[in-house]
Write a protein that binds this ligand. Structure first.
Ligand SMILES: [Fe+2]
Ligand SMILES: [Fe+2]
Length: 260
């Protein structure tokens, strides 16, 4: 697992209290948010929000759909806004970030902007291990799509299984006692509730929860279900939070604040 040094923080004038909070063994305040959907034209600026988050949290986690159509220009706009974020940033991509077929360029721009972009890897920051993957669709519980019939259906199930394996590889790299799983797709049905039931199967997969429950995980964050519910638990008891920016959260802000 990569150990990230907190260089962004060291270059800023952080207050004494905040520096104490950043001790490797101290609890970390993690701001988590997804589905920014930054657009090429007429998008809201996230500059002020990132600056606010830097004041209240130690680490920022972004749960995918960072751009609206996966355009290079959109990634550049987000990268410029991220300059006002002075804390470490961890992220995964969402389905929207793949739309234009420029995912490599989009990833490169975000990494250059300081985002620890996880695609089946883990990173440790200030004593917290982050394991990240996008995840995929497939449905929940005994209604999950199974590998039967046409090659196209089998390909979809294969993608779902492979994303779970990417997450497993990431979780195997975590050495820290405190571990956060970062996804775009939902691992449980509970946090997509509120969306039309007809599309639940496109919003996530229980295969992700099955993987999560084989590891000691302190918290799981995801996005994608804009009209879902904020909080749930995997069958094994890991707390799950849908942090899509549209979801109402205890902070009253577009981001959730979790202490690990
Ligand atoms: Fe989204
Ligand atoms: Fe999405």
């Amino acid at each position: 697992m990569t150990k990230a040094s907190d260089t962004k923080d060291e270059s800023t004038q952080a207050g004494a209290t905040k520096v104490d909070a950043k001790k490797a063994n101290g609890k970390q305040k993690i701001a988590a948010m997804g589905d920014l959907h930054v657009k090429e034209h007429g998008s809201v600026s996230y500059k002020e929000l990132f600056s606010e988050i830097s004041q209240v949290a130690d680490i920022l986690v972004l749960t995918g759909d960072l751009t609206d159509l996966g355009k290079v220009k959109e990634a550049e706009i987000l990268a410029a806004d991220l300059r006002s974020c002075s804390i470490p940033i961890v992220g995964v991509l969402g389905n929207h970030d793949y739309e234009c077929g420029c995912v490599e360029e989009v990833s490169h721009i975000l990494k250059e902007a300081g985002v620890h972009l996880l695609e089946g890897q883990a990173v440790e920051i200030n004593g917290v291990g982050f394991a990240g993957a996008k995840g995929f669709a497939g449905g929940f519980g005994r209604h999950m799509l199974s590998s039967f019939g046409e090659p196209a259906i089998k390909a979809m199930v294969t993608e779902s299984v492979e994303e779970s394996m990417r997450l497993e590889n990431a979780l195997r790299q975590v050495r820290s006692e405190r571990a956060m799983v970062v996804l775009h797709y939902a691992p449980i049905r509970e946090t997509v509730a509120g969306e039309p039931e007809e599309i639940y199967a496109f919003l996530g997969s229980s295969r992700l929860a099955e993987t999560i429950d084989r590891f000691p995980v302190s918290a799981v964050v995801h996005g994608h279900a804009h009209r879902g519910a904020y909080q749930g638990k995997t069958p094994g008891g890991a707390p799950v939070y849908n942090v899509a920016s549209h979801i109402e959260k205890p902070t009253g802000r577009p981001y959730a604040l979790l202490e690990l």
